[in-house]
Design a protein around this ligand. Structure first.
Ligand code: PLP
Length: 367
């Protein structure tokens, strides 16, 4: 049995540290926000090359509050890609703005900058490139176009903790960046969590208020806010795990390199790392026109796989009201039909990657 992710083996490797961190919060009773969250915010901002970090209760909340802090709301348009997790688009919807899609560049699975300018209108207020699977979007042309049109860039870095674009960490490139600490992420909480990083003190001040009922100080509510606070226990756990993140990223990259070598030799379509990128392999997605057959065959051999994501957001029933039709974003639609995510986690062994690669090699030969 080769699982898709293995949170148990990771916990086993850090159990005493994590348990002590949780005990510390239990002893202090600082259950929401508090000193562990404040320390984690600073440590993660520094790690990402940003000045400020604001912890919230999910990556979705991070995106929502980043949009609100930038003053985005009804009547505005926000550009993103359809080949992403639905949360990117839901957060735009929460803000009251209209999501506008631009297709992906098919090798990187990220926003195609050559298609971006045509989507900008006088109503466009922000662009949300998604660093999908752990690979940054092509940020230089995206930021140049944004600057020319006076719109902001919010990085959706929910899958890309520690990834780099031309040597710069994601989180240090756009006006703001949003991270998720959902348990299966490269840096995962033991529950829900998220964070916004930015160099902008005004955005920081506004997001800090919005996550905690819009309060400037206790019971003085200057904004209509939310209960989006990050829990103390999650802050303490994330501090422990952040210390291991670079080693875990190396583990993922080594697993990806082993897959690359074996799968290329077998003739499978492996993920491309763009010349500008340090890819952190949250997801290792191969492409195949015979996906269902591959999934079934791998499952029969005890190998778990996933699909990220089977339907591009413009074709999901929830967003039918946006009025998009099949055929409008062909690269996103094709990716959604062909991608297959292989087991990927830091502790994946050479035997396991060899076993998965051997099983895929047989499928390539049979095709
Ligand atoms: C690309 C992307 N954006 C946003 C999110 C939302 O994060 P969360 O699940 O923490 O709300 C996720 C993760 O689930 C994601 O993968």
């Amino acid at each position: 049995m080769i699982p898709f992710v293995d949170l148990k083996s990771q916990y086993a490797s850090i159990k005493p540290e994590v348990n002590a961190a949780i005990q510390g919060v239990l002893d202090s009773c600082a259950f929401t926000l508090g000193p562990e969250v404040a320390a984690f915010e600073q440590e993660f901002a520094t790690y990402s090359g940003a000045k400020f970090g604001i912890g919230v209760n999910s990556g979705t909340s991070a995106l929502h509050l980043a949009l609100l802090a930038a003053g985005i709301g009804p009547g505005d348009e926000v550009i993103t890609v359809p080949h992403t997790f639905v949360a990117t688009v839901s957060a735009i919807h929460y803000s009251g703005a209209r999501p506008v899609f631009v297709d992906i560049e098919p090798r990187s699975f990220t926003l195609d900058p050559t298609k971006l300018e045509a989507a900008i209108t006088p109503k466009t207020k922000a662009i949300i490139p998604v660093h999908l699977y752990g690979q940054p979007a092509d940020m230089d042309p995206i930021c140049a176009i944004a600057k020319r049109h006076g719109v902001i860039v919010i990085e959706d870095a929910c899958q890309a903790h520690g990834a780099e674009y031309k040597g710069r960490r994601v989180g240090s490139i756009g006006d703001m960046a949003c991270f998720s600490f959902y348990p299966g992420k490269n840096l995962g909480a033991y529950g829900e969590g998220g964070l916004v990083v930015t160099d902008n003190p005004e955005y920081t001040r506004t997001i800090k208020m919005l996550r905690d009922w819009g309060a400037e100080k206790k019971y003085h509510h200057v904004l209509k806010g939310y209960n989006y606070r990050l829990e103390g226990i999650q802050g303490a756990i994330l501090r422990v795990k952040l210390r291991h993140l670079e080693a875990w990223t190396k583990g993922r990259q080594m697993a990806a390199a082993r897959y690359d070598q074996a799968l290329k030799a077998a003739g499978a379509a492996v993920p491309e790392v763009m010349p500008y990128a340090k890819h952190v392999f949250h997801i290792y997605a191969v492409r195949t026109p015979n996906r269902q057959q591959w999934m079934d065959a791998l499952q029969a051999q005890g190998i778990q796989t996933g699909i990220h994501y089977p339907t591009p957001v413009h074709l999901l029933p929830a967003f039918a009201d946006l009025g998009y039709k099949a055929g409008q974003f062909p690269h996103s639609e094709r990716a959604a039909a062909e991608v297959l995510s292989l087991p990927m986690f830091a502790e994946l062994t050479a035997e396991q990657t060899a076993e998965v690669s051997r099983a895929i090699g047989q499928l390539v030969v049979a095709a």
